[in-house]
Ligand binder design. Structure first.
Ligand SMILES: NC(=O)c1ccc[n+]([C@@H]2O[C@H](COP(=O)([O-])OP(=O)(O)OC[C@H]3O[C@@H](n4cnc5c(N)ncnc54)[C@H](O)[C@@H]3O)[C@@H](O)[C@H]2O)c1
Length: 470
């Protein structure tokens, strides 16, 4: 009898993608740990910590700081498919600004490569490649599949592969392990082993950095879990939390971001209600926050490749097992619709001031998905820009953190070199970069024409210093 799962799968893009690459065998941990010839074969016991020959695959926001931290202590191959990234890192330049030139220099054991042949002498791999969603908001596992293929081709008996990318529970064992087995000809949990250790870094946050954030670890056998835990323990001063299984560790990561997403959605919904009532949401949150257990979330756009993306990994898997998530997806819907709401608010305010909307000059301050970092992946500021253009406004976008070529390449947005003072009918503070805070209310207002509208989406200014807030 076909199950709900069977009926749903043929329509699923990830399934289709896996079929296209020949990875169709879902395989759980129970199966993976099944005894070989009746008895579990422990002939290939995990290596000692001193024998670890480490490679980190994927040198982005997550992989680079990790490779750098390990590279201070041991020999590490830092592997990335993007040649320009590897070339820049070799010159001591990290475009993500997560590591400094001095930190790169201090990682004397770290060698960068985009040649998979350099992985051949490695026996411990950490994979930190992107896990985005596609246009239909379904998991796009192609980078993870690609990285598993690179590793599978060079995998030797006794090796360990640890995944850091955020995924749904079960992904490591159901998607990555079969690829590793197929390409290496080795058997999982007999010849090679896996682990999962999710990353918790927060781009742009100079306080919470890799070594001082407690890290979850896990392994496909108790011995491997110990090894993975000890390896990470060698660089994480805040300590580790060894999870019961790879699936537990995967689930823990995805719910951390889902919880944030749902909480922000609640704040957004409250803002929608209070705005209709003429009550200042920030003032309400400050008052409610005087209670010891009121959680300090704020309304806003939810962008980036984590909080706005990871919940879809969980809901995808939930639907695969026959559960249709309601709260999580309701939160996603609210958060994804905030750009449209913000522009509707702005349009009403402009009309009240008799500002002609069509052809109005609007300045959007900030393009990144969060403050004080150059990351524009999945920024929802683009929803505001698109909506303003739908109203035929003439939009300038200014962001001192963003590489202009990158904005053009990713979104076709030509960044303004410098906003002109006294030029705009409306100014939207979309990202709370320190530069905008430093400008202060007077300078920000001076960017607009007399009588223009100043919208402070991020509570950069005091309540009485702008015309609109969320
Ligand atoms: N950035 C964060 O704050 C953060 C925090 C926690 C978890 N995560 C998760 O960590 C993972 C990585 O995120 P990121 O922000 O570092 O991504 P990123 O886009 O900054 O970097 C990923 C790197 O992987 C490289 N890459 C892509 N495919 C590859 C392949 N097949 N082999 C080798 N390299 C490949 C890319 O060129 C890129 O340099 C994602 O799953 C993400 O959800 C990110």
């Amino acid at each position: 009898m076909d199950t709900v799962l069977d009926r749903q799968l043929p329509l699923n893009p990830v399934r289709t993608q896996l079929e296209a690459t020949g990875h169709t065998t879902p395989r759980g941990i129970a199966d993976a740990q099944a005894p070989v010839n009746g008895e579990p074969d422990r002939s290939a016991v995990p290596m000692k910590l001193d024998d670890v020959q480490l490679a980190v695959a994927g040198l982005g926001y997550v992989g680079l700081p990790l490779a750098v931290e390990f590279g201070r202590q041991r020999d590490v191959v830092g592997f990335d498919i993007k040649r320009s990234r590897v070339d820049a890192l070799r010159k001591g330049v990290d475009a993500t600004l997560e590591t400094t030139a001095d930190e790169l220099k201090a990682a004397t054991g770290l060698h960068f490569s985009c040649d998979a042949a350099d992985l051949a002498d490695r026996n411990f791999f950490i994979v930190a490649v992107p896990t985005p969603i596609d246009a239909a908001r379904q998991p796009d596992l192609s980078p993870l599949v690609g990285a598993s293929e690179f590793v599978g081709k060079v995998l030797k008996a006794g090796s360990v592969v640890v995944f850091e990318s955020t995924v749904y529970p079960g992904c490591t064992e159901e998607v990555c392990v079969p690829i590793l087995e197929r390409l290496s000809g080795l058997k999982f949990n007999r010849d090679f082993f896996c682990g999962y250790s999710p990353e918790r870094i927060n781009p742009g946050d100079k306080q919470h950095r890799l070594p001082n954030i407690r890290k979850i670890t896990s392994g496909s056998t108790p011995e491997v879990a110990d090894l993975v835990d000890r390896l990470y323990g060698s660089i994480i001063t805040a300590g580790t939390h060894k999870a019961e299984s790879i699936k537990v560790a995967e689930a823990a990561k995805v719910i951390e971001n889902t919880q944030r997403d749902v909480n922000i959605a609640l704040m957004n919904e409250l803002a929608l209600i209070f705005n209709r009532m003429g009550i200042d949401t920030e003032a309400v949150l400050k008052a409610a926050g005087s209670k010891w257990n009121f959680l300090p979330f704020r309304p806003g756009l939810v962008g980036g490749h984590c909080i706005g993306v990871d919940p879809y990994y969980l809901t995808y898997k939930a639907e695969m097992v026959g559960y249709h998530p309601e709260v999580i997806l309701a939160g996603r819907r609210i958060n994804d619709s905030m750009g449209v709401y913000v522009v509707a608010q702005l349009m009403k305010a402009m009309m009240r001031r008799r500002i002609q909307v069509e052809g109005a000059k609007v300045l959007v301050l900030g393009l990144t998905f969060k403050e004080n970092c150059p990351d524009i992946r999945n920024t929802r500021v683009v929803d505001i820009i698109a909506e303003l253009k739908d109203y035929h406004c003439d939009v300038d976008v200014y962001d001192p953190w963003v590489d202009a070529d990158e904005a053009q390449r990713q979104y076709g947005i030509a960044l303004a070199a410098k906003p002109q003072a006294g030029h705009y009918d409306a100014v939207v503070i979309a990202v709370a970069h320190q530069q905008f805070k430093d400008m202060g209310a007077q300078a920000l207002r001076a960017l607009g024409k007399p009588g223009s509208v100043l919208y402070d989406l991020k509570y950069v200014l005091a309540a009485n210093e702008s015309d609109l807030r969320l």
